[in-house]
Write a protein that binds this ligand. Structure first.
Ligand SMILES: Nc1ncnc2c1ncn2[C@@H]1O[C@H](COP(=O)(O)OP(=O)(O)OP(=O)(O)O)[C@@H](O)[C@H]1O
Length: 274
């Protein structure tokens, strides 16, 4: 079959890269996960592994359960009272739905960046130190170091280092989104969940965030929901295609975009529906 969307790298390379993977490389293991909003069965028998230091893209048409799935990964989904689940999501080998698993503990390991940049109406500095302060860090010198490190990590430091006390709302949309990434890095997470992080951004800001994701994956494991197929093909290592609450196909991104197994995946990535 001909290539449908330009693959990022040769499939042969990626086979070599992945053949040594075992359970220790898995950050998340989702086993037979079902989720209902009341009577709406939104996630059906999901089995999905997330590997460390990779970017995993979640694609699929509107309403197929992408956001629901990533909000399950940090238990944000619990904020919806009608939600019921069955099955397991293991994070580093522990079932996150276990009653003894504290949600705060999970959220210090799993940061999230949303579709629309959502900085607090505070200074750039205060946005970044918010999480560390909640975790009890008071030492000004340490907080200053965290601010510099996080803003550098989010590729924003050079643009804001001389105006850290300015209100975050004065930044451009793209800068605000990188500030939200910096706020996330400040708690030193293990995983970063991104729910359509570039959909509200212009092409140049989008490119900056995409480049940033490529750098961040060296230290973090990233799961990104995107409607942008080119973006998934450009930046992810693996892609899961969701449809009607099910995972139709989950494979290396090169495979999904050049030689998908399921006809429905091919139809979706070639724009025949969705
Ligand atoms: N808070 C909620 N309460 C009730 N139903 C919900 C809630 N959030 C989502 N749903 C339902 O769950 C299903 C999956 O929605 P979800 O937002 O996860 O899809 P999605 O693939 O992320 O969509 P989009 O691409 O449009 O953001 C839909 O039927 C939706 O109506």
């Amino acid at each position: 079959m001909s290539t449908l969307v330009a693959p990022k790298k040769e499939a042969a390379d990626s086979l070599d890269n992945y053949k040594n993977l075992n359970d220790n490389n898995k950050v998340y293991q989702t086993k037979e996960l079902n989720l209902w909003y009341g009577s709406n069965h939104a996630l059906k028998q999901i089995n999905l592994d997330i590997y460390e230091n990779e970017v995993t893209a979640i694609i699929g048409p509107s309403g197929c359960g992408k956001s629901t799935y990533i909000k399950a990964l940090n238990r944000m989904i619990e904020m919806v009272p009608s939600v019921k689940t069955s099955g397991e999501i293991q994070y580093r080998g522990r079932n996150i739905f276990d009653k003894r698993y504290g949600v705060e503990e999970l959220r210090t390991k799993v940061g999230m960046v949303f579709q629309k940049p959502n900085p607090f109406p505070k200074s750039i500095y205060e946005n970044v130190v918010y999480g560390p302060r909640i975790h009890g860090i008071r030492d000004k010198k340490v907080l200053n170091q965290i601010v510099e490190k996080s803003l550098k990590g989010a590729a924003l430091w050079d643009e804001v280092k001389d105006r850290l006390q300015d209100n975050a709302y004065g930044l451009s949309g793209g800068q605000q989104q990188r500030l939200c990434i910096a706020r996330c890095l400040a708690i030193e997470p293990d995983v970063i969940l991104m729910d359509e992080p570039t959909s509200a951004l212009d092409p140049i800001s989008t490119l900056k965030v995409e480049e940033l994701v490529q750098v961040l994956k060296k230290e973090y494991s990233i799961i990104i929901v995107t409607h942008n197929m080119q973006q998934a093909a450009r930046i992810s290592d693996r892609t899961a295609f969701f449809l009607n609450g099910e995972v139709v196909e989950f494979a290396e991104t090169d495979k999904i975009f050049s030689n998908p197994t399921d006809k429905r995946t091919e139809d979706y990535i070639t724009g025949r529906f969705g």
